[in-house]
Design a binder for this molecule. Structure first.
Ligand code: LAN
Length: 743
C-alpha cells in the first residue's frame, strides 16, 4: 500500500464505521487526529491513486475501502474442492467461488459488510450548515475531501443534481454552492462562477424548494418570511387528529420535528462578510428588495416533483396567518415540547438519529438550546463522523449510518443459496455473530411517549445502537438467521425465543391493507399526502405498504413456519394470505411490480415472485399461475439483446420502465433470480443472463460498479455498493443449485 492509500482508514467497531485520517491507533473513539493538515500534494496523490470521472460514471466504485480491505485481508480458501461435471459447470463454480472469496475480503472482523451509501447531494450541506452555525468546523483533511467530492459531482453546465445521477436542480446547485463557500472556496473560482451562472440563469435562489429555503433561512440567506409556517403548535394538538405529526411517516416526522423548532425559534446565523457576499451571489435581484412573502411558493421548475395541492395552499394560508397572531405562552410550551422530543430521539438513537437530515438539524437545535459546550451537543458532533464516507470521488455524507445489517443478511442468503457456501464456515460464522449482535433486544424507555412502534426482537437497517427497527430488515435478519441455523455447521447463538420475538414483530407490522410498511404501521390516511409540503418527494406523509417490504415479510414468515410449524399457526396463516393477496393486487397489467426502494421494476418483480412462489400453498392455484406467468412474460420481454437487463433511475421517478443504454449486472441478477424462482422454462433466456454475469465478472471476482441502484420517495437515488456483488453471486449460486438438483 502506498502512503496515500493508507492515510484514510476505515475504523469499525460492532458495525460502527468511521473514516479516520492518519489515526494514531485503531481505537475508533480516538479517530480524530487534529494535528494534520491536508496538503495539496496529498490531494493530488489521492486523485491519482483513486481516479474518478463523473463523465465515465457518477457512481464511484468504492475503491478506497475496497483496496484497503483487499490489502488487509487474505483470500479465504474453501474447505474442500467442488467437483464439476463438465467444463461449463467448472466455469460457473469458479465464478461463484471467485465472487465469494473476493467479497469475503471486504467483510469486517466483526462480521458485517460496509460500503458506500452516498448518492443524495442534499445531505452534506445540512451537516456543513450545522458545523458552520455552531462554530464547530470539521477537520481540514475532511473539508478538503468534501470539496473534492462536491467538485467531482459538478456537471458540465455548472449545476448539481439532487443526487449524483440527476439533472441539475436549484436545490442541488445552491446547496453545493453554499457548502463550498462555507468551506472557504473563493467566489472567483471558475467552477463557482459557472455555478452562479447556472443559478442565475434558472431564476436565482428564491426558487429553491422549501427544504432549501429552510437551510438558507438558517444561514440568514433567506428571510424566514419567505418560508411557509410549519405551525409548530400542531405538535400539541390531540393525537387522534388524522393530521397529527405522530401519524406521519417516521422520516418526515423526525425531519419536520427539528425543523419546527428552528422555525419557531427563527434560528439565524449572524450577518458577516461571507453571508453578505452570498446574498449577492445567489440571487438575481437585490437581496434587500426581495418580497419574501411572495417567494413562499416559488419553486424552480427543474425541482418540482410534487405540486402543491389546493388544500396545502389553504393550510399554508391559515398557518401563515396564525403566525402573525401567535400566542407567546403557547409557542414557549411548544418549543419546550419539541426540545423534549428531540432529546428523546437523541437518547433513543445514541445521537445517531433516524437519518442524515434529522442528524444535522437536531444538532443545530441542541446547539441552539444547550450550547456548544453542552454534553449533548458534543455527543452530537461525535456522531457526525458516523455519517461520513470516503470513496474515490471524495468524502460524502451517507444516506444512513450505513447499511450494515441489510447487506450482511443478503450476503448470507446469497452465499448459502447452494452448498458451495458451506465451504466457507468462517465467513458465515462471523456474519452470524454480527446478525446476532444487531438484533434489538430491549425497548426504549420513552417509546410510548414518543409514538414508537414496539421493537423487541426486531432488526434495524444499519446497527442496533441506531435504535430504529424496520419491518423488512427484521424479515431479512430473521430469514438469514434461519438460513444459517439450517446449516448446523457451527454453534449459533440466536435462541428460538428470539426468533419467535422477531416473528411477533413482523406480525405486528402488517398494515390493514394486508401489506407491510417500512418502520411503523400506516397511521394516517392517504389523503394526508395532499399536505406533503416537500415539492421534491412523493408519498412521504405516511408509512404505506410496499411490494418489497410485503414480500420480504411474507418470505420470513414462510421460512419461520418451515422450522416452527406450530407457533401461532393461525395468525401467521392469516397474515400470509392477506400479505400475498396484497402483492397480487399490486401487480401491474404488464406483469411487473413497481419497486419503491431500488431500481426498480426488476427489483420488486423479483421480490414478488419469490414470495408468491414460496407462498404458493396460500394462493388460489389458477390465480397463482396467471400471476407468475404474467411476471415471467414481463421479465422475458425486457431482456436485452446481450442477455442482460438494465433499468435507469428514471423508472423510479416516472414509474414507467426505463431501459438503460447498457444492461446492468444488478438488474440482470434480479431478473434471473425472479425467473429461476418462477421455474421459468425458458432455459435459454436464463442461460444467456448467466453467461452475461460470468462474462462481466472481473478477474478478482468483483463486478464493475454500474448505475446507481437505490431510491427513496421516488425521486432521490442512493448508492448500494454491495449490490453489485451480492445479487450476481446469488443469481449464479441459484443457477448452480438448480442445475445440480435437476440432474
Ligand atoms: C432507507 C434505506 C433502507 C430501506 C429498505 C429497508 C431497503 C426498504 O425496503 C424500506 C425503507 C428503507 C428502510 C429506507 C427508507 C428511507 C431512507 C431511510 C432509506 C432509503 C435510507 C435513506 C432514506 C431517508 C429517508 C433519507 C433522508 C431523506 C429524507 C426525505 C428524510
Amino acid at each position: 500500500m502506498t502512503q496515500e492509500n493508507s492515510s484514510w482508514q476505515l475504523l469499525s467497531k460492532n458495525g460502527r464505521q468511521i473514516w479516520a485520517y492518519k489515526p494514531k491507533s485503531n481505537n475508533i473513539d480516538d479517530h480524530l487526529n487534529n494535528a494534520h493538515n491536508f496538503s495539496e500534494q496529498e490531494l493530488s496523490a489521492f486523485a491519482e491513486n483513486f481516479q474518478f470521472s463523473r463523465e465515465n460514471n457518477p457512481s464511484a466504485s468504492d475503491k478506497v475501502f475496497r483496496s484497503q480491505m483487499q490489502a488487509a485481508n487474505p483470500r479465504p480458501t474453501a474447505t474442500k474442492k467442488t467437483i464439476a461435471r463438465n467444463k461449463e459447470e467448472q466455469i460457473l463454480i469458479d465464478s461463484i467461488i471467485n465472487g465469494i472469496e473476493y467479497f469475503s475480503q471486504l467483510q469486517s472482523d466483526e462480521g458485517h459488510w460496509a460500503g458506500d451509501y452516498g448518492g443524495p447531494l442534499f445531505l452534506l450541506p445540512g451537516l456543513l450548515i450545522a458545523s458552520y452555525l455552531s462554530g464547530s468546523p470539521l477537520p481540514k483533511p475532511h473539508q478538503a475531501m468534501m470539496q473534492v467530492y462536491l467538485f467531482n459531482h459538478q456537471q458540465p453546465d455548472g449545476g448539481w443534481g439532487m443526487h449524483i445521477e440527476g439533472e441539475p436542480t436549484m436545490f442541488g446547485t445552491v446547496m453545493q454552492y453554499v457548502s463550498l463557500r462555507i468551506m472557504g472556496v473563493d467566489k472567483n473560482d471558475t467552477r463557482l462562477t459557472k455555478a452562479r451562472r447556472w443559478i442565475k440563469n434558472n431564476g436565482g435562489a428564491t426558487g429553491i424548494p422549501s427544504w432549501g429555503k429552510f437551510y438558507l433561512a438558517l444561514l440568514n440567506l433567506y428571510d424566514w418570511q419567505g418560508f411557509n409556517s410549519l405551525l409548530p403548535e400542531m405538535w400539541l394538538l390531540p393525537t387522534w387528529l388524522p393530521f397529527h405529526p405522530s401519524r406521519y411517516w417516521c422520516h418526515s416526522r423526525m425531519v419536520y420535528l427539528p425543523m419546527a423548532y428552528c422555525y419557531a425559534e427563527r434560528i439565524q446565523a449572524p450577518e458577516n462578510d461571507l453571508i453578505l457576499s452570498l446574498r449577492e451571489e445567489i440571487y438575481c435581484e437585490d437581496f434587500a428588495n426581495i418580497h419574501w412573502e411572495k417567494q413562499r411558493n416559488t419553486v424552480c421548475e427543474k425541482d418540482i416533483y410534487t405540486t402543491q395541492s389546493p388544500i396545502l395552499k389553504w393550510t399554508n394560508l391559515i398557518n401563515n396567518g396564525y403566525e402573525k397572531i401567535k400566542f407567546k405562552w403557547l409557542r414557549k410550551k411548544t418549543t419546550a415540547y419539541l426540545l423534549k422530543y428531540i432529546n428523546a430521539e437523541d437518547a433513543q438513537t445514541n445521537y445517531l438519529n433516524i437519518g442524515p437530515v434529522s442528524k444535522a438539524i437536531n444538532s443545530i437545535c441542541i446547539w441552539h438550546a444547550e450550547g456548544k459546550e453542552s454534553e449533548s451537543f458534543k455527543k452530537h458532533v461525535a456522531r457526525w463522523y458516523d455519517y461520513l464516507w470516503v470513496a474515490e470521488d471524495g468524502m460524502k455524507m451517507s444516506g444512513y449510518n450505513g447499511s450494515q445489517l441489510w447487506d450482511t443478511a443478503f450476503t448470507v442468503r446469497a452465499i448459502l443459496e447452494s452448498d458451495i457456501g458451506l465451504l466457507y464456515p468462517n465467513i458465515l460464522k462471523k456474519a452470524e455473530n454480527f446478525i446476532d449482535n444487531m438484533q434489538i433486544l430491549t425497548e426504549h424507555e420513552t417509546h410510548q411517549a414518543f409514538f414508537r412502534h414496539p421493537m423487541i426482537g426486531s432488526w434495524p437497517f444499519s446497527t442496533a445502537e441506531q435504535g430504529w427497527p424496520v419491518a423488512d430488515c427484521t424479515s431479512e435478519g430473521l430469514s438469514s438467521a434461519l438460513a444459517l441455523q439450517k446449516t448446523d455447521i457451527f454453534k449459533q447463538n440466536i435462541s428460538d425465543e428470539r426468533l419467535k420475538q422477531a416473528v411477533d414483530v413482523i406480525l405486528s407490522y402488517q398494515n390493514k391493507d394486508g401489506g407491510w410498511p417500512t418502520y411503523e404501521l400506516q397511521r394516517a390516511p392517504k389523503w394526508l399526502e395532499k399536505l406533503n409540503p416537500s415539492e421534491i418527494f412523493a408519498d412521504i406523509m405516511a408509512d404505506y405498504s410496499w411490494t418489497e417490504c410485503s414480500a420480504a415479510c411474507s418470505i420470513a414468515l414462510l421460512d419461520f413456519q418451515e422450522r416452527f410449524p406450530d407457533y401461532k399457526t393461525e395468525s401467521i396463516n392469516t397474515a400470509l394470505s392477506l400479505g400475498l393477496s396484497y402483492i397480487i393486487n399490486k401487480q401491474k397489467s404488464d406483469g411487473s411490480w413497481y419497486g419503491g426502494w431500488a431500481v426498480c421494476f426488476t427489483y420488486a418483480t423479483w421480490f414478488a415472485i419469490e414470495a408468491l412462489m414460496q407462498g404458493k400453498a396460500h394462493i388460489d392455484p389458477s390465480l397463482h399461475k396467471q400471476c407468475i406467468n404474467k411476471a415471467t412474460d414481463f421479465l422475458l420481454k425486457r431482456q436485452m439483446a446481450d442477455g442482460g437487463w438494465g433499468e435507469t433511475y428514471e423508472s423510479c421517478a416516472k414509474m414507467i420502465y426505463s431501459q438503460a443504454k447498457t444492461s446492468q449486472v444488478v438488474n440482470t441478477a434480479w431478473a434471473l433470480l425472479g425467473l429461476q424462482a418462477a421455474e421459468s422454462n425458458n432455459k435459454e433466456a436464463i442461460q444467456q443472463g448467466i453467461n452475461l454475469l460470468i462474462a462481466r465478472q472481473q478477474d478478482n471476482g468483483d463486478w464493475a460498479q454500474e448505475n446507481i441502484s437505490g431510491v427513496f420517495n421516488y425521486n432521490c437515488m442512493i448508492t448500494y455498493s454491495s449490490y453489485r456483488n451480492i445479487f450476481p453471486l446469488w443469481a449464479l449460486n441459484r443457477f448452480y443449485k438448480l442445475s445440480t438438483s435437476a440432474k
